[in-house]
Design a protein around this ligand. Structure first.
Ligand code: NAG
Ligand code: NAG
Ligand code: NAG
Length: 282
């Protein structure tokens, strides 16, 4: 008993000594660099719990609206010494895309990102197409123009969801005869909270979030409009993951083209060659 008490006391002393040494060590260290002083005070990320809603009000297309992915962060930027400009905000890229619309035995249409599909690139920018590399320039970014004397604190936030239209009829035909039988979608994204020195272009990754949206809809084209579609599992999406270790941003996540401009609508018949229905904008 006594022995173990002594041991415990010795142990505490050693701990205290080590702690003191650590303090002395850190005092000796040179001051923290600016990159170490940008602090993410809080990060929230989620996908809304509501299921995808389906709209059959049009006789030409089925529309659906998925729940929103949301990310927000409270950030502290320390005093900026010189006339430097730092922008902090969200950058998003798509890593994987399956977006298939099946038309029974006839074939399927599919939205594709050819370079991603063929493994030529790891990810493609999901910027708004104007404010590269940023996802947007309203709530998504904040710019701190130096010199500033005090800390600057702010929140940057973003959201994303899908609300496409899928034709009831086969896209390569002129007929509106409903033949759509199912929709399958599985897309993965990486979303980074980033600080960029506008003078040097130096890019600091502050946080990395991964998320996925999965969707399955069965359609009975023989039923009357309004009664055709049924949402299948998963009804509730997997929640995003805020990674413990940041991931580097692949080059194509930062530059043109974005996913919207690069995507192609293909018609892939059961027999015969695939046809490009809508070519890329880029
Ligand atoms: C994160 O979520 C909590 C709880 O809903 C909220 O109080 C806080 O303001 C949020 N922070 C940010 C940066 O959005
Ligand atoms: C955001 O970008 C648009 C398009 O480039 C531009 O017209 C607008 O002024 C920008 N807004 C802000 C707040 O920077
Ligand atoms: C930002 O970039 C400029 C130009 O390269 C450089 O002089 C400055 O030190 C950078 N700022 C920080 C805080 O790293």
């Amino acid at each position: 008993m006594r022995q173990s008490l002594l041991n415990e006391r010795t142990f505490l002393w050693i701990l205290l000594l080590l702690y003191a040494m650590g303090c002395i060590q850190s005092i000796r260290c040179k001051p923290k660099s600016f990159r170490e002083s940008i602090i993410v005070l809080e990060v929230n990320s989620s996908i809304d719990s509501n299921p995808t809603s389906i709209d059959e009000s049009s006789s030409v297309v089925l529309r659906y609206r998925t729940p929103h992915f949301r990310a927000s962060a409270r950030v502290l930027v320390p005093p900026v010494a010189d006339k430097e400009t730092w922008t902090v905000g969200w950058i998003q890229a798509c890593n994987h895309m399956e977006f298939y619309n099946k038309y029974g035995s006839k074939g399927m249409s599919s939205w594709e990102l050819p370079d991603l599909r063929d493994g030529k690139i790891q990810a493609i920018s999901d910027s708004d197409g104007v404010n590269y590399p940023w996802y947007g320039n309203t709530t998504e970014t904040c710019t701190v123009v130096g010199p500033t004397k005090k800390d600057t604190k702010f929140v940057v936030s973003m959201n994303d969801n899908f609300y496409p239209s899928v034709t009831w009829g086969i896209p390569v035909s002129d007929s509106n005869v409903p033949q759509l039988t199912s929709i399958h979608r599985d897309q993965s994204f990486t979303t980074w909270l980033v600080a960029i020195n506008q003078t040097s272009g130096e890019t600091l990754v502050l946080q990395t979030v991964r998320w996925r949206m999965q969707l399955n809809i069965d359609v009975d084209p023989d039923k009357s409009l309004g009664k055709r579609a049924t949402l299948r599992e998963p009804l509730v999406q997997e929640q995003p993951q805020v990674l413990g270790k940041n991931e580097p941003i692949p080059p194509n996540a930062m530059v043109k083209p974005n996913a919207n401009d690069a995507q192609v609508l293909m018609w892939r018949p059961k027999t015969g060659n695939p046809v490009v229905v809508i070519p890329p904008k880029y």
